[in-house]
Design a protein around this ligand. Structure first.
Ligand SMILES: [Zn+2]
Length: 401
């Protein structure tokens, strides 16, 4: 299976200029390929094949006005076309309904203002790691890397990315065998909580950690500052850079939280079931913002690949299962309940149920997992639960406040 390893890069000013050129050339190649296909389509001509686009690129490099394309590794340009072709394939598969996950739109033009600029080198570009631990890229140079862990084997490709905060990263793709963990007993259903990030079928609730909430608050403050600054002023530029950095910190903190939580859940449990929220389907509801902000789909994706990596079972159940309407103790359908109702009593068996945990138990059941309904049952006198005391914490405690 393929794994990604990301490391921070510290290019010199000269290397940054070379990278900027490479980002620019890759963008031009991508956009011109897209343009050619759109024009062919508008003119009623057949779809331009991958091979034809590649041949046009080779021909373009021979034109004197386009000689600057030769200043960049040829592999980077081929990979830009490969990205375009992959974007088309995903779009076609999505239209046919042959693709899992949310719907994908047609490819869009890339812009220098995009928040993320990226180029990719495959092995035949002869990128390498020098003895001194630098990343050697053709026509760019030897870039210093901050290695935070070891690569388990030689990478098959590396993407160089610049984010909106102006930071550079190398993302290596490494082929490894699954690292199957000894079998574990527990199975678990996970529900996206409304007041917590996730709620588990065993009754535990996990909120976003404090370090993430702090980063988010800081971002909000920076955005407010930015909106107060006058357009075109130098102070506004400075504020915009601060917002971009705060954004990057929130994204990092969130990813870190998702990694820790998904690793803990996959290690503890033999099987993990989640509800497929099909996030795009929620885009028109008031839930959308909180769902997107909480990064649910990124988290679910991590669970999925870690399950594969560690030999665990991962199950996604359809989003039309009425997980919040069914009593997990007796199976009675109790009808829809408004969101403010946190606990309810089943009209047929009399059990008092925690709305979120009940849903998590139902997710596990719908996935065919044998879980107990005990976690979902509450005693009416504990309502309303105090913030922070509503559930037990996943270890380490610091992560789940
Ligand atoms: Zn019941």
């Amino acid at each position: 299976m393929q794994l990604r390893y990301n490391f921070r890069l510290y290019p010199t000013p000269g290397q940054r200029a070379a990278l900027a050129r490479a980002f620019g050339c890759a963008r031009v190649v991508f956009n011109e390929g897209l343009q050619a296909r759109l024009e062919a389509r508008a003119a009623g001509l057949p779809y331009i094949t991958d091979a034809e686009l590649s041949a046009r690129l080779t021909a373009a490099k021979a034109i004197p006005e386009r000689a600057w394309l030769g200043e960049v590794s040829a592999v980077v340009l081929q990979q830009a076309l490969a990205d375009l072709n992959a974007a088309y394939r995903n779009f076609f598969a999505s239209v046919k309904g042959a693709r899992k996950g949310p719907k994908v739109g047609p490819p869009r033009f890339r812009s220098r203002k995009d928040h993320r600029q990226a180029i990719r080198f495959t092995r035949n570009a002869r990128f390498s790691v020098t003895l001194g631990g630098k990343l050697r890229l053709p026509k760019i140079g030897d870039i210093p890397v901050r290695w935070s862990r070891r690569l388990p084997s030689a990478p098959s490709s590396v993407a160089v990315i610049m984010d909106s905060a102006g930071r550079y990263f190398a993302s290596f793709v490494v082929e490894t065998d699954p690292d199957v963990l000894p079998e574990a007993e527990p199975m678990i259903g996970i529900d996206l909580g409304l007041t917590h990030f996730v709620v588990l079928s065993d009754g535990r609730k996990v909120a976003s950690p404090r370090f993430l909430r702090r980063a988010e608050n800081k971002l909000k403050r920076r955005q407010r500052d930015l909106s107060r600054k006058q357009k075109g002023s130098r102070n506004r530029d400075k504020a915009r850079v601060k917002v971009a950095r705060a954004h990057a910190r929130v994204a990092d903190a969130r990813r870190e939280f998702h990694h820790q939580l998904s690793t803990a859940l996959i290690r503890e449990n033999q099987a993990v079931a989640v509800e497929d929220l099909a996030v795009t389907g929620l885009a028109r509801t008031h839930l959308a913002k909180s769902v997107h902000d909480a990064g649910w789909s990124a988290f679910v994706h991590m669970l999925e690949y870690k399950a594969r990596r560690y030999g665990r079972e991962f199950i996604r159940i359809g989003r039309f299962e009425p997980t919040s309407r069914v009593c997990s103790a007796c199976g009675a359908k109790d009808g829809p309940k408004p969101l403010y109702i946190r606990t309810w009593q089943c009209q047929s068996c009399g059990a008092w149920l925690d709305r979120d945990v009940n849903a998590a138990v139902n997710v596990a059941r719908a996935a065919g997992l044998a879980v107990s309904a005990c976690g979902a049952q509450v005693r009416p006198e504990v309502i309303p639960a105090q913030r922070g005391e509503a559930g037990t914490h996943l270890k380490p405690r610091r992560e789940a406040a």
